[in-house]
Design a protein around this ligand. Sequence first.
Ligand code: NAD
Ligand code: WQD
Length: 343
Amino acid sequence: MKNKILVTGGAGYIGSHTCIALHEAGYDIVVYDNLSNSSHEAMNRISNLIGKPIEFIEGDIRDSESLKKVFADHQFFGVIHFAGLKAVGESVAKPLMYYNNNVSGTITLLEVMTEYNVKRLVFSSSATVYGDPETLPIDESSKRSCTNPYGQSKLVVEHILEDLAVSDSDWNLITLRYFNPVGAHSSGQIGEDPNDIPNNLMPYISQVAVGKLSQLNIFGNDYATIDGTGVRDFIHVTDLAQGHVAALNYLEQQNSALGFLPINLGTGTGTSVLELVTAFSEVSGQKIPYQFADRRAGDIASCYASADKAQSLLGWQAKLSITEMCQDTWRWQSMNPHGYDTV
Ligand code: NAD
Ligand code: WQD
């Protein structure tokens, strides 16, 4: 058995897939999640898939006493920190909730890690920290700026991690900037399970395909892109999960501390909204009715990664295609039309 890893937010969408990848890579994991945006059922399904129970602690990252108990009970090699709130629109309506959860929660976690001398962290950041990029593809040295509280909360945490690395050279702080995670586990047992009407494109498309929603609104068809619709770097969640395993492997190889290390996790390829709709329709055999609507406030035309740093440092690159992203999303959605509430 390899090192023991604390996974905050491990019951969520990306966390659940990463738990499986970590288990397959031989890591011993403990999941810490307050289930504010996930369910026990996700944990049950992960355990079924890997064939053994996973140690799960229901707790909040802002609760330092609860965290201290977890660190006292386990000898962790490091922490993968997914826990956070992620809905851009909600963050505009409830900024304090987002800063409290994402920023204060991370500070509490870092304080407890310091107390227990666990100084390896893999943090879930986002391509949103690049704002409207000046050049494409976006590399890690690109200017950072955000326009909404969710993005700001990620950017503030990045600054905190940078300052922490300067203050104490023992820290290893890998910051993974995810582009647009989509897809589901190939078993169809776990996947993205949004509350209410999805904000993001892929779950919206799949809910239209399964008949839960009547039609897709495509926000803008007058961008300077291949077909006028927005272009994004969609990345399969299974590839993303492997990126976390690669980051841990990299941490294990280090003889001296890394400080703050930002790394993009994307495919390096842009796909337009219309191209994704067409691919999903072909894969699922379902019609996806859509209409063009006004641009969504805050959206940008195009966003895709330079994934060179992940390749050169971590030896990681995305393998799964847009077709596979659609196939796996469709399998999850059609097997679980009501997500984890599906009986
Ligand atoms: P998710 O909501 O499915 O998972 C987050 C998990 O964290 C949930 O299980 C939730 O219950 C838990 N959580 C939230 N606040 C908590 C708290 N205070 N204490 C303990 N647990 C808490 O989201 P996801 O899509 O899996 O995203 C994981 C991380 O990746 C988040 O930090 C998110 O901001 C970041 N990210 C996501 C995307 C994306 O599009 N999904 C893109 C870039 C970055
Ligand atoms: C993609 C494209 C929309 C829904 C967001 C966050 C980002 C990150 C990933 C967390 C855009 C279009 C969407 C719809 C549409 N999350 N669209 N109709 O905005 O690139 O990124 O999720 O870190 O921070 O901002 O992803 O899936 O919402 O949109 O036409 O119903 O699909 O306009 O062009 P986005 P998205």
